[in-house]
Design a protein around this ligand. Structure first.
Ligand SMILES: NC(=O)c1ccc[n+]([C@@H]2O[C@H](COP(=O)([O-])OP(=O)(O)OC[C@H]3O[C@@H](n4cnc5c(N)ncnc54)[C@H](OP(=O)(O)O)[C@@H]3O)[C@@H](O)[C@H]2O)c1
Length: 274
């Protein structure tokens, strides 16, 4: 299957290029209808992976003050891609996020069928809008949360948390990036459509991740515990803290390691590279 990746220079887009070595990279503006139609007609892909989007630099607070750019990239672009792919019979894969939820849904975790319940940031609202529109079409929607791996990338959750003097102690679902790519590859190769939460089973708090960092990598690393009450003092936009259900993914026969085990493996790799 010939795959075209939009947003290929980004953190996740570049990982898809590595995972699918034959894939073609595109950095055209996905909110420019003529450009996407031109590249689709020139490349004639069987599948498109939309890894383009505005996540905010240095973080999602940026999206609060750049709403037009965020809306173009996170909503207008995916809708134009949807239209162009539908017209050409191209299979579309879209990267969504678990950050459209808050809480643990009474201990059950949020399933793919639950409507979004977090609107505390403009970034999350745009991700929820696109997610909820695309679900009505034969698109594969992959939802991940706070990806981490064993790399030194400053986009790796572990590397981000390492820089924070205060770390949030709230249970969350997280996604190991290598596991995400393996699951995504399996679903893409089967040309699955619909929404899939791709998170490692169990939950963990960012604070616990840093406790493991201290245990496995650097006993001298120091940080303070941040509670939900203290969060508004350190960030501008609200942050989603949530637990997603991975049952649907399991139903596809895709079983991922428990989140604490996956975090320990990633930390082991980071230690080896030091
Ligand atoms: N990383 C995460 O924690 C995470 C978690 C869940 C979901 N996601 C989703 O996964 C997708 C990729 O995220 P990422 O972490 O890889 O972000 P990223 O590193 O910022 O990559 C996104 C890429 O898309 C490009 N882009 C932005 N607007 C575009 C447009 N209109 N047309 C074409 N390219 C555009 C960006 O370029 P510029 O840098 O020039 O803007 C960047 O190269 C996003 O939709 C994000 O919401 C990410």
């Amino acid at each position: 299957m010939k795959i075209l990746v939009f947003g290929a220079k980004g953190y996740l887009g570049s990982q898809f290029l590595t995972r699918f070595p034959g894939a073609v990279a595109s950095d055209v503006d996905i909110a420019d209808q003529k450009e996407i139609e031109r590249v689709l007609d020139a490349e004639k892909p069987d599948a498109v992976i939309n890894a383009a989007g505005k996540t905010g630099k240095p973080n999602v607070d940026w999206c609060e003050t750049h709403k037009e750019e965020t809306l173009r990239s996170n909503v207008t672009g995916p809708l134009l891609l949807l239209d162009a792919c539908q017209k050409r019979g191209i299979y579309m894969v879209h990267l969504s996020s678990g950050c459209i939820y808050e809480g643990d849904n009474d201990g059950k975790g949020f399933t793919e069928a639950d409507p979004p319940n977090f609107s505390g940031s403009f970034y999350s609202r745009t991700k929820g809008w696109a997610d909820q529109i695309l679900r009505d079409f034969p698109v594969l929607i992959l939802r991940l949360r706070m990806p981490f791996d064993g790399s030194q990338s400053d986009r790796n959750l572990i590397m981000k948390l390492k820089r924070y003097p205060k770390v949030l102690d709230v249970q969350n679902s997280l996604t190991s990036l290598p596991d995400f790519l393996t699951a995504a590859q399996t679903l893409i190769e089967k040309k699955k459509t619909g929404t899939y939460n791709i998170v490692n089973p169990g939950s963990i708090s960012p604070y616990r991740v840093m406790e493991l960092y201290r245990e496995i990598i650097d006993p001298a690393h120091s940080f303070e515990r941040l509670t939900l009450d203290g969060l508004p003092g350190v960030v501008k936009a609200g942050r989603s803290n949530c637990i997603l259900s991975g049952e649907k993914l399991k139903g596809e026969g895709i079983t991922l390691p428990h989140v604490e085990e996956a975090v320990r493996s990633a930390l082991g790799l980071i230690r080896l590279a030091r």
